[in-house]
Design a protein around this ligand. Structure first.
Ligand code: A2P
Length: 268
């Protein structure tokens, strides 16, 4: 299996990225990003509201890995006014000239409110690609109706337990790749018995099975961990394959009914 995917705007994105949501600014975040880069990750996913862009930037700089080899995503905090102005702040904190991907973090104030500013960020070269996060089917349609550069990514809560098939299908139909956040259910899916049985049979951990399911279901996947051995383990998923039966058994764990809704508890 390939380790990168081409997006609709022609850029390439590594299929697995380290997510740093709820990773504390400072030592914890710097260690996690450093370990990820040492393990071979070339994709880090942060956000303005995570409050750890400084640490991500420092770890990248200290790693010695060339900037151009690392795919960096951040997200516009939509409680602020101006996406491009906020991105300038992110770039300073991250210590880079541009991010690879800039997402509207959630559709605050309506799905179209931030899009002109996102397009401006792209035109000014502050971001190489732009997209959205936590957008439902209708919210994607509203953004597309604006015209101009379209989102190339929709980052949503996604796992076999939250198999948002309708939202994935609609996104892909519009050439919008889906990124899975909380692919391990923030850890709470890892104890599931059906999952454990599959993991034992294929000789992998439950986390690896969930990450592999995401890849085989066509997602870009963003597992989070602050432990080195887990960070290493979560990238080690290209050497095995889930059978059609295993995929179907995992699909059956869905509790959303294949929804077009992006998140079970929208907080906006
Ligand atoms: P920790 O960060 O302490 O390692 P998600 O990616 O769905 O947000 O899930 C992240 C949660 O799952 C975190 O609590 C993380 O714990 C835990 N986690 C991540 N990778 C693994 C793994 N390979 N094995 C067990 N737990 C993991």
């Amino acid at each position: 299996m390939n380790t990168v995917r081409k997006l609709a705007d022609g850029t390439e994105i590594p299929l697995i990225g380290l997510g740093v949501w709820q990773v504390g600014d400072g030592r914890e975040c710097e260690d996690a990003v450093r370990w990820a880069l040492e393990a071979g990750y070339r994709h880090i996913d942060t956000a303005q509201v995570y409050g750890n862009e400084d640490s991500v930037g420092r770890a990248i700089k200290d790693s010695g890995v060339p900037r151009e080899d690392i795919y960096i995503t951040t997200k516009f905090n939509p409680s602020r006014r101006d996406p491009a102005a906020e991105l300038e702040g992110s770039l300073k904190r991250l210590g880079v000239d541009a991010v690879d991907l800039y997402l509207v973090h959630w559709p605050a104030g309506g799905p179209t409110r931030a899009w002109a500013g996102m397009q401006q960020s792209l035109e000014r070269g502050l971001a190489r690609s732009i997209g959205v996060s936590n957008f439902n089917v209708d919210e994607i349609a509203a953004v597309l109706a604006l015209g101009g550069p379209a989102p190339v990514v929709n980052q949503i809560q996604f796992s076999p337990f939250e198999y948002r098939r309708t939202l994935q299908d609609v996104s892909e139909r519009h050439n919008i790749a889906v990124e899975a956040y909380s692919p391990l259910g923030t850890g709470r899916h890892l104890g599931d018995r059906a999952l454990a049985a599959i993991a034992e049979r294929v000789g992998r951990t439950p986390a690896q099975v969930l990450i592999r399911w995401s890849l085989q279901r066509g997602l870009i996947v963003l597992p989070k961990s602050v432990h080195q051995e887990r960070i290493v383990q979560n990238l080690d998923v290209f050497g095995f394959e889930l059978s059609d039966d295993d995929l179907a058994a995992l699909d059956a764990l869905d509790r959303t009914g294949g929804t077009g809704i992006a998140h079970e508890h929208p907080w906006w």
